[in-house]
Design a protein around this ligand. Sequence first.
Ligand code: GTP
Length: 235
Amino acid sequence: MVLKIPLRRAISLTPEHHPSSGPAELVGPVALKMEVNVLVVGADSVGKSALTVRFLTRRFIGEYGDLESIYSHNVTVDGKDVLFNIWDFPYSQDHSDENFTEEEKRIQWADGFVLVYSICDRASFSIIHQKVQVIKAAKEYLGLEKVPIVIVGNKRDLHHRRTVSSEEGRLLALSLDCEFYEVSAAEAYHGVLLVFHGLLDRIKESKLATKKGTGIRGIVKSMSAVFARRRTDSL
Ligand SMILES: Nc1nc2c(ncn2[C@@H]2O[C@H](COP(=O)(O)OP(=O)(O)OP(=O)(O)O)[C@@H](O)[C@H]2O)c(=O)[nH]1
């Protein structure tokens, strides 16, 4: 039986986690709670909503409608609470300036990306390469060197209709320094769980690297400022 339930009712939505709020770590009374923003991107009907809902509710609903929203959900990973804000967003063919700016905002908002294609839809696979480049370029511009991206080939259960081989997916991910998974949101929860946990690991690594980078960059910057002042003083 196919269950049809509105996503907003299936998942608790925390309204304050809007793109403008950006990534953050919530400081609770006792412990630091990690919060991550994840953007799920891909062509139409590849299963973006199915993956998101599977991760958040463990269920495969079947039909998801056209709702585009950010869903916030607490997940316990390695004994620690992590707040996932997940934005499931269809790939847009609209290349207007306005759309470009909106896309940049979404990329800025996200700490990590799940890029989804369907193994039965070659066109959905073909856009992944360009999408990764757009994301990386935008993040590099913001000073982030290592961008956490996971590429996911969905609908693995439909292997008789496969048009993209696992090898192609794996090679693409390898060439773009992304992680790769093939899953079936329809058939199994475990694979989908690995996708989001794998992404979380990458996000943690990237945050750590950024903190370290900022530290060194900060020291270099202040030293340069001191020497520059000394040079001006001695003139
Ligand atoms: N067989 C199979 N069908 C799936 C799988 N994942 C999703 N679907 C189906 O594919 C269709 C599209 O799924 P959605 O999750 O709505 O895809 P989407 O990418 O969010 O689609 P848009 O909202 O149009 O961008 C639905 O009919 C789902 O039931 C899967 O792993 N296997």
